[in-house]
Design a protein around this ligand. Sequence first.
Ligand SMILES: [Zn+2]
Length: 116
Amino acid sequence: MPQHANGLHHHGYVERSTLSNALTAPERRMLDPDEVMHSPEEVAAWLAGTLRAAMGLTEDEVAFTDENQIWLTESRRGETIVTGLNDGPTITAEAIYDSNCECERQLKPVPAKKRR
Ligand SMILES: [Zn+2]
C-alpha cells in the first residue's frame, strides 16, 4: 500500500458545525481523530465518503472526480484539507507528523535517564 512519503499521516475529524464555528487546529489536536489515514488515496477516499454521507448521496450520484485529484495532490504535499457543507458538518483531514503523534504506536518511549 502506498504511504505518505514525508513522514506524516492525516487525522480525519468530522465536526457538527459550520466552518466558521469549527475548532482551531490546536483544539482539534486534543481530540481523538475519527479516522487515521496513512496514504493520500485513503485521505481522498475518506473525504469523498464522509462528504457523500453528509449529503445523503451515493457514489453514483456524486463521484467527486475533480475534487479527488485535488485532494490527492494536496495530501501528497502534506497539506491539511478542510471541506464540508455550508450548514455543517466541517470535515478536516489534518496533516500530522508521525513524530508528533502518539496514535503511531511505533514511537519508542523517551528514556527516563538523562545523559550529558
Ligand atoms: Zn496520528
